[in-house]
Write a protein that binds this ligand. Structure first.
Ligand code: MF3
Ligand code: CO
Length: 248
């Protein structure tokens, strides 16, 4: 069942989501060669504490950290690491915060130093996929319209869309219905209604969409070792159009 949120509930969801956005604003200048994702993890834990938020991924299905850190061929759910980042790395930081029982979720990819032209293009196209998808998030459209916007733009630029990890409803729980792939056919799938709140989080790959999960049970990587990129917002469907709750 898709839980629709009342205007008051959406109001309450603004807090954790705005905090995740603020966290991303603050880590942006830290994402430089020599930095480690372990230091980002430490910063995020401190940031959450100082702002009265809980870090929702700690203890979630056995996950141990407040952030997921996905470097280069890592698609998602990478563990924070003490390995220094280097120029040319493409790093996604994904965090879920909770304030008052409500969740906010946003992942953002950062360029470390100078990127290759391919990495640069992948990053641009992935962000465009998210923006085009959000434009489709209006009452009366369907989830297939969102998926199609992402798939057509990614594939039209020679990239691929990860199939095995999905977008999700969010509210009191990190993962609610609906869960949906970032692919689709226009006019298909559940209709978007006022009060729905979900993430849109396209993971776009330079090469194949195929992935594998490491023996740690979490770290998802591209099968061909090529780059992956991701941008994620939490949005609410409102009468006035899509409300991007994690807008930075
Ligand atoms: N942001 C992640 C998501 O989109 C939250 C779960 S990460 C996990 O699903 F590692 F804790 F699972
Ligand atoms: Co998410």
């Amino acid at each position: 069942m898709i839980i629709r949120k009342s205007p008051r509930e959406i109001e309450a969801m603004k807090k954790p989501n705005a905090l995740v956005a603020e966290m991303h604003r603050q880590i942006r200048p830290m994402m430089k060669p020599g930095m480690t994702t372990w230091e980002i993890e430490e910063f995020v834990k401190k940031f959450a504490k100082e702002n009265g938020a809980e870090t929702s991924t700690v203890g979630y299905k056995g996950y141990k950290y407040a952030t997921c850190a996905a470097v280069n061929d890592c698609i998602a759910h990478g563990f924070p690491s003490k390995e220094p980042l280097k120029s040319g790395d493409l790093v996604t930081i994904d965090t879920v915060l909770d304030v008052g029982g409500w969740k906010g979720d946003s992942a953002w990819t950062y360029a470390i130093g100078e990127l290759s032209p391919t990495a640069e293009k992948l990053m641009r196209v992935t962000k465009e996929c998210l923006d085009l998808a959000i434009e489709q998030a209006v009452i009366g459209n369907r989830l297939g319209d969102i998926g199609h916007a992402i798939q057509s733009h990614a594939e039209g630029n020679g990239f691929s869309v990860v199939r095995d990890l999905v977008a999700h409803g969010i509210g009191r729980a990190i993962h609610e219905e609906p869960s949906f792939q970032h692919l689709g056919t226009p006019g298909r799938g559940p209709r978007l209604k006022e009060g729905m709140v979900f993430t849109i989080e396209p993971m776009i790959n330079e090469g194949t969409y195929e992935m594998y999960v490491e023996d740690d049970g979490w770290t998802a990587r591209t099968k061909d070792g090529k780059l992956s990129c991701q941008f994620e917002h939490t949005i609410a469907i409102t009468k006035d159009g899509p409300l991007v709750l994690t807008q930075q």
